[in-house]
Write a protein that binds this ligand. Sequence first.
Ligand code: JFZ
Length: 424
Amino acid sequence: MVGQEKELSKDQRLAWFKDAKLGIFIHWGIYAVNGIDESWSFHNGYISYDDYMKQLDGFTATNYNPEYWAELIKESGAKYTVITTKHHDGVALWDTKYSDLNVVDKTPAKRDVLTSFVKAARSEGLKVGLYYSLLDWSHPDYPNFLRDKKRYTDDAKRWAKFTKFNFGQIEELTKFNPDLYWFDGDWEQSAETWKAKEIRDLLLEKTPTTIINSRLQGYGDYATPEQGIPITKPDSKYWELCMTMNNSWGYQPNDTNYKSVNQIIRILVDCISMGGNLLLDIGPKPDGIIPQEQIDILKGLGRWTNKHKSAIYGTRAGIPFGHFNGYTALSKDKTILYLYVDNKPNGPLLIKGLKNKVNRAWVVGNGTKLKTNVVGKLYWSDVPGLLYIDVPEDVQDQDVTVIAMQLDGEVDLYREKGQVIESN
Ligand code: JFZ
């Protein structure tokens, strides 16, 4: 880079990500044809490789409508979307010139289904992330094939051939100028073997604003706890929880174990309260239709996110547990405290240990002003009183009610054990 053009700082690159809170992940591939585990089903021997690859013939994309996908994702309230450009099975969704194992050459879809989605998502104002599996269990020069069958163990020449191929495909993806790269499968090789640093340098050279998930053997930008919701706030300043709607990443009609809209909203709030993002997955059918259950969840989420925008986007992690019996978040400037009420209150809400004066409290997405009432404040003690807020039934949300409190300044908490009156 030229002298005066300084490299963007990590904070600058990740600013949109920190504010985004919700993304939609898409696992679309030939595994949707039989409705089986993406790639792992042949790797683990639940189906032979040849039978797995027969699914190529069923990937039609007949009803694929990328504009509708993008619209729906936008409607959910997501600010970004991440799509599988190539899973561990090596089947590319774009017209790669480095292998004919792609949906253009090998499936009845006969077209690049990635470019049109990237375009549609961008027209909806969504940031676009590309998922790419570093490992490729189909490539003739990749060492690992089946769980119990390797192609080779030590062969620098073959590995060099694979590396060339891998960099070739990655370079093709850079042409999309992705806002985010979501790598996967890094665990099978070391950073040195993947040339992880060179990959990172290449991506940032081509797209200086881009960001990279954690699965690049230490060369990523943010943490990705998978499936499990963290219990305490992750150490990483930037993190994202990726999660399925049922128990599968790809389309599996037998898997009806969907989380409810209410549960997903509460998981989103959980992430927000710890300063992270939720990347929620959908798995479209081989013809491009998004299953109705998934559409319903996206729309249900959209109802809530649209109503509560100010308490979602751009917020920061809330106050420590103990002050309020539930999730909280703060506005960027830390002067508005948001309370997420995910159960029916059985009396007024209680906030303890808040030193600030509350200038105004209201119901987000509804505007109703609420009365606050401080009791038990002793004039001679530093310990704040008990702050009560009544939330009338008619202003409560069907899923999670959000209360905003404008404080008289940056949030200031009493974190001591209390004033000792008598010692013994
Ligand atoms: C990976 C893939 O293998 C899987 O098929 C899916 O695409 C998912 C999003 O990512 O699975 C992983 C990767 C990492 C962990 C768990 C599952 N992990 O770090 O716990």
